[in-house]
Design a protein around this ligand. Structure first.
Ligand SMILES: [Zn+2]
Length: 285
């Protein structure tokens, strides 16, 4: 999965720090990231030294994280929400953040997708939701603080990925909207007041009209593109397997035999890993 970057490690502890010349600086704009593309999906991200002196003054460089010793910062325009005019470092241009699904090296793609998640949180918490004043970053932890006493921590939305199985069959779906067009599993966000297991039952019922039992937790995955923490579950069909499609959300939902799945763990997504595991468990391949 995207977070599996061993032997490297992503350290997300917050502290205040200024960038040095060689530090990576992620810069996002309208769902895009400033990067340079090389061969075989290799992406480079700008370093602090790539920004011209006069342009550096137009941004706050917020410390985000490090992968081993490589420190990563977020370049935030000083005059939000207006767009900052600056000279793009030579060789760099903006790419949709979806490139993280394929970008190499994977440890930097994981750093960048984590940076995107934090970027969205910083972007959306400039002003206090309680009193409307401008928020300030806390000095000791990653938190935005307001003079009215409001404290806002990074938001992570729990969600489930569900493999509904019936013997050697598994239920696959295709979303009606969005830019992910491959077969996927049932998925959805946890509602307030709900356990993860209840989310599983509710989402399966809503999306395909099926009852499930024997819900088993598999693994979890941070998924910064949607600001979520995904929890993967396997479960068994309970009763009739006739699908009633929720057409607002899904374009397609079908039972597939394990042997008919193409092996497709991509080393990135929990969904793919779960599909590949199901196939392997039932075909021995
Ligand atoms: Zn406030």
């Amino acid at each position: 999965m995207i977070q599996d970057i061993g032997p490297r490690h992503l350290f997300n502890e917050y502290h205040e720090e200024k960038p040095s010349e060689g530090d990576t600086c992620f810069l996002f704009r309208d769902g895009q990231i400033l990067a340079a593309s090389g061969e075989e999906n290799r992406m480079e991200y700008p370093r602090y030294r790539d920004f011209r002196e006069e342009d550096r003054k137009k941004f706050h460089f917020v410390y985000l994280l490090r992968v081993d010793e490589r420190k990563c910062f977020l370049a935030v325009g000083r005059n939000l929400p207006e767009e900052v005019q600056f000279t793009q470092p030579s060789g760099f241009s903006f790419f949709p953040v979806n490139i993280f699904r394929k970008a190499m090296p994977k440890y930097m793609a994981f750093a960048a997708v984590t940076a995107w998640h934090l970027n969205v949180w910083y972007r959306d918490n400039q002003f206090c939701g309680r009193c409307g004043k401008r928020m300030k970053p806390d000095h000791r932890e990653r938190m935005m603080r307001c003079s009215c006493g409001n404290m806002v921590y990074p938001r992570i939305s729990p969600a489930v990925i569900v493999a509904v199985t019936d013997g050697s069959r598994i239920l696959l779906t295709k979303y009606a909207y969005g830019n992910y067009h491959h077969y996927a599993l049932v998925a959805g966000f946890t509602e307030i007041g709900e356990t993860l297991e209840q989310t599983v039952s509710r989402e399966v019922m809503e999306e395909v009209g099926l009852k499930v039992k024997n819900i088993r937790y598999y693994k979890s995955q941070p998924w910064g593109l949607s600001g979520s923490l995904l929890a993967g579950f396997f479960c068994d069909l309970d009763g009739d397997g006739t699908i009633t499609l929720q057409e607002e959300e899904l374009k397609e939902a079908e039972w597939f035999e394990a042997a008919d799945l193409t092996p497709q763990a991509d080393g990135i997504s929990l969904t793919r890993e779960m599909m590949a595991k199901f196939r392997a468990d039932h075909t021995g391949e």
